[in-house]
Design a protein around this ligand. Structure first.
Ligand code: PLP
Length: 406
């Protein structure tokens, strides 16, 4: 069995979620139908809504089911932008961190290209933490009246940095500006409470917490107005249309209940494994550089399951491929376009040069991870690293394939 170190991409479905999914898949009924089958499906959806609300510290009416994190991000950012600008046409600026996932970043860019939004990219420091000074300046000097929304992720998917969301909300709240946060990586990994956060909207996703792929939610404050992105039956508070995925929602709720019930103990266990990964990499490849927050310095500043390094002189894709051949499944952490490795926008925003950024590799742990996984990974790394370094930065798969036949 390969060692799976890519839980941040998707984590295996948990036992309670799988049981809920298979049981609900065997029943039919549209939750909007009025007959018995429909009412039973509706009861499953509403119980699941309550469970997810409890897990996220929200009121059930604040849970808007979506097809996942990407849709929740699109709905929040476009919906808030359109609604706020409709209420006051001066509100065209979107204050957004430079390290957002593509689901937020590309949505903001789309609004800038097609809808007259002005994207204001907030810088981060070398750990990937957003600058509160820059946010304050934009609010105070740049004119708060022209801001439609602020969006800042709860935790970064590449380097695992936990962002100062409470401070962001406090600064924006002083001007009555709504804040959206993409909590897809944070929810189920660190304590997340929607009500206490003061956020207007917050995105979560099923498959990052042990639920199935294709279901998620936008937590949306009861008094927050959104313009819908997709139109149809208006099933979810009239802001999200589409027949609800009863089985997916039931499984998402089972995963959320499971993960939040064990959060403190499980995040301690996973953080211990992460620290063993960091120590192991430091021992076998001393030139590797940990990126993001050092958990030894600031334990709460990094997601428990995230270890991210740059390996000087290596192409991230080469290392990924060689580790995969050795039975270790990892990630460069960022997307590539048509097989062409692109340096991560997150690492560039943190001040890395392109060549350094191209040597990135993310190892992410989750509920199935064990010390044996860490040991197997640390044992396999030196050879994979040596061969990746030999292939250098020249190109990836072709030079590796040559190297691998040596
Ligand atoms: N936001 C973040 C921070 C993510 O890590 C991801 C998934 O990688 C998403 C959004 C997208 O979520 P989904 O895969 O549910 O569309």
């Amino acid at each position: 069995m390969p060692v799976y170190l890519d839980h941040a991409a998707t984590t295996p479905i948990s036992a309670p979620a799988l049981a809920a999914l298979t049981s609900a898949l065997g029943r039919s009924g549209n939750p909007s139908s009025l007959h018995g089958a429909g009412r039973r499906a509706r009861a499953t959806v509403e119980q699941s809504r309550e469970t997810i609300a409890r897990a996220a510290g929200a009121h059930p009416t604040e849970v808007v089911f979506t097809s996942g994190g990407t849709e929740a991000d699109n709905l929040a950012v476009k919906g808030l932008f359109w609604a706020r600008r409709a209420a006051d046409p001066r509100r065209t600026r979107i204050l957004v961190s430079t390290v957002e996932h593509a689901a937020v970043q590309d949505t903001v860019e789309w609004l800038a290209h097609h809808e007259g939004a002005e994207a204001v990219w907030l810088p981060v420091d070398e750990t990937g933490t957003v600058s509160l000074d820059a946010l304050s300046r934009e609010l105070d000097d740049g004119g708060a009246d022209s801001v439609a929304l602020v969006t800042c992720m709860w935790a970064n998917n590449e380097v695992g940095t936990v962002e100062p969301v409470a401070e962001v909300v406090a600064l924006a709240a002083a001007h009555g500006i709504p804040v959206h946060s993409d909590a897809v990586q944070a929810f189920g990994s660190v304590p997340v409470n929607f009500k206490d956060s003061g956020l207007a909207a917050m995105s979560v996703s099923g498959h990052k917490i042990g639920g199935p792929v294709g279901v998620g939610a936008l937590l949306l404050g009861r008094d927050v107005t959104l313009t819908p992105v997709q139109h149809g039956g208006g099933q979810e508070r009239k802001v999200r249309s589409g027949t609800l995925d009863t089985a997916g929602i039931a499984a998402f709720a089972a995963a959320a209940a499971d993960v939040t019930a064990n959060l403190a103990a499980e995040s301690r266990r996973i953080a211990g494994l992460r620290d063993a990964v960091i120590a192991g990499v430091g021992r076998v490849v001393p030139e590797a550089v940990l990126r993001g927050v050092d958990p030894a310095v600031n334990p709460g500043g990094r997601l428990p399951g995230n270890a991210h390094f740059t390996f000087p002189g290596c192409e991230g894709d080469s290392l990924l491929f060689l580790l995969d051949m050795a039975g270790i499944e990892s990630s460069t952490g960022s997307a590539c376009t048509a097989g062409v490795p692109r340096p991560s926008h997150v690492l560039l925003a943190m001040g890395l040069d392109e060549e350094t950024a191209r040597g990135a590799q993310r190892f992410s742990l989750g509920h199935t991870s064990s010390q044996a996984d860490v040991d197997a990974f640390v044992a396999a790394l030196p050879q994979a690293h040596a061969r990746a370094k030999q292939a250098g930065m020249a190109g990836h798969v072709s030079s590796i394939q040559t190297a691998s036949t040596r």
